[in-house]
Design a protein around this ligand. Structure first.
Ligand code: ADP
Ligand code: MG
Length: 221
């Protein structure tokens, strides 16, 4: 097992609010980690720090040995494209685009040809069990199907880490567990590390390891 990510004593304030207060964590290349904690405990801010969407006030994030806090905004965007897949509670698909177009979307800033883009997006949709819904728009899909499309999109640039912020939060519990099984399958097939934020213990149990966050700190490992 190889270390993928090493976060060391991260702090982040918003005004007077200490959203993240000394979080450290270590992740190997094939880890599947769940982060639990009440609303407002700092889970989303932690995820944003790890994704380079926010920069910490202090602390260090090493990703494959590279200190991402040293990157400027342009380099960080490229780093994120090549390394991180993001999945959200509300799916964040583009409503006017088909499933196929949504999944292909992150490939547009790359040099991939139209034909290759199509092939790659079809492959990813097949991998998440959505090969029969290529032309459907998000509004024509169930919540669980939309999340599968969003996961296919998160995979399209072969990330090393998927960060999922309450990906089952808008789904019924059975569909939520199915999404977790899909993430597990991808974790194994793609050797992608996964961090999933959840409120739901049943969902968290599907991960290999659970950490709990309270008032911006890890309370239990
Ligand atoms: P969680 O995801 O666990 O619900 P968050 O990380 O979203 O928690 O928020 C942690 C704390 O930081 C909360 O008190 C929240 O109100 C505050 N916070 C988060 N983001 C911002 C922001 N952009 N501006 C101001 N306060 C924020
Ligand atoms: Mg949150």
């Amino acid at each position: 097992m190889t270390n993928l990510l090493q976060a060391d004593k991260l702090y982040k304030m918003f005004g007077q609010v200490s959203a993240v207060h000394g979080i450290s964590l270590s992740l190997n290349t094939t880890d599947f980690l769940a982060v639990m904690g009440r609303s407002g405990s700092g889970k989303t801010t932690t995820m944003h720090l790890l994704a380079g969407l926010e920069s910490p006030d202090s602390g260090k994030i090493l990703f494959n040995g590279q200190d991402i806090s040293k990157l400027n905004e342009d380099s960080l965007a490229l780093w994120r494209r090549d390394n991180i897949g993001l999945v959200f509670q509300a799916f964040h698909l583009i409503p006017t685009l088909s499933a196929l177009e949504n999944v292909a979307f992150p490939l547009y800033p790359t040099t991939v040809t139209a034909k290759e883009r199509h092939r790659m997006a079809v492959n990813r949709l097949e991998q998440v069990g959505m090969g029969q819904r290529l032309k459907h728009r998000p509004g024509e899909l169930s919540g669980g199907e939309q999340q599968r499309v969003a996961i296919a999109r998160a995979l399209i640039n072969n990330p090393n880490l998927i960060l999922a912020d309450e990906p089952t939060g808008n789904l019924d519990s059975e569909t939520g567990i199915e999404v977790m099984h899909l993430l597990r399958k991808l974790n194994q097939e793609e050797n992608v590390a996964i961090i999933i934020i959840t409120h739901d213990l049943e969902v968290a149990k599907e991960a290999d390891r659970v950490i709990r966050v309270k008032d911006g700190e890890i309370v239990k490992n």
